[in-house]
Design a protein around this ligand. Structure first.
Ligand code: CTP
Ligand code: CA
Length: 227
């Protein structure tokens, strides 16, 4: 008999968390990435572990301490992340996609370092879209509860609402990354939690670990853990 205890509401649950900004290689020494620190995803992994879950962190960041008791798998690109998440998804109960996935990658990754041309001409990079991991997983959902993030600098609620629907999410964490103290770097965050057919829940400006606990507690209250 599996029982959830109030202090360990994620006991016996397999939680998969992605974190950090993916890196898309241009050549062996250069990449395209973004300003994500990975701290929010790491905080979610820590909070899930503290709530009793069996936690795997798929991390595109290598310079943060891995929370105690959390298993980590390191990845580089969006394609690597897709491969790892796809492998783990069938046995996952709760997926938290906190990673800032690069939306584009160079069409070609050179095998040797790209040299400056002798004539110092401008360099044009051709980029191609990466797979949308959440959209790819949506049709494979069986029992999984899926949480996504939305980083926006404008029209936060409209864009976030669209992502909740189009990615078929159970919960979306909307972040206005243009506000001081919010999102991408620091140790604090302020978010709005969106769920289908529910009023939005706006948090105060809190530490990332407190935000992480709020996200997971909201998911549990919404029925993320099946009896
Ligand atoms: N995401 C994903 N695969 C991608 C891009 C994003 O799974 N190729 C996930 C992110 O991990 C996040 C959510 O989708 O949980 C929203 O990411 P975001 O970058 O805000 O949205 P996009 O759909 O990429 O749209 P845009 O960047 O144009 O706002
Ligand atoms: Ca994006």
């Amino acid at each position: 008999l599996i029982q959830q205890t109030p202090d360990l509401p994620l006991a016996h649950q397999r939680v998969l968390v992605t974190a950090g900004g993916t890196r898309e290689a241009l050549d062996p020494v250069r990449y395209i990435s973004n300003r994500s620190s990975g701290k929010m995803g790491y905080a979610v992994a820590q909070a899930a572990r503290e709530m009793g879950a069996d936690v795997t962190l798929i991390s595109a960041t290598r310079n943060l301490p891995v929370p105690t008791g959390v298993k980590v798998v390191y990845v580089q690109s969006a394609a690597d992340l897709l491969a790892q998440v796809s492998t783990e998804f069938p046995t996952t109960d709760l997926l938290v996609m906190a990673a800032a996935v690069s939306d584009y990658r160079p069409v070609q990754s050179a095998t040797e370092k790209i040299k400056k041309p002798a004539d110092h001409a401008d360099l044009t990079l051709q980029l191609t879209e990466t797979p949308d991991i959440l959209k790819r997983l949506a049709p494979q959902k069986t029992h999984q509860y899926v949480i996504g993030f939305a980083a926006e600098t404008q029209h936060l609620m409209t864009n976030a609402q669209r992502k909740l629907t189009s990615k078929k999410l159970d919960l979306l964490v909307a972040n206005d990354v243009s506000k001081p103290g919010v999102g991408f770097n620091g140790d604090t965050n302020q978010v709005t939690l969106l769920q289908p057919n529910q009023a939005p829940i706006k948090t105060a400006l809190l530490s990332k670990i407190e935000i992480a606990r709020t996200i997971l507690t909201t998911a549990v209250a919404a029925g993320a853990v099946q009896a």
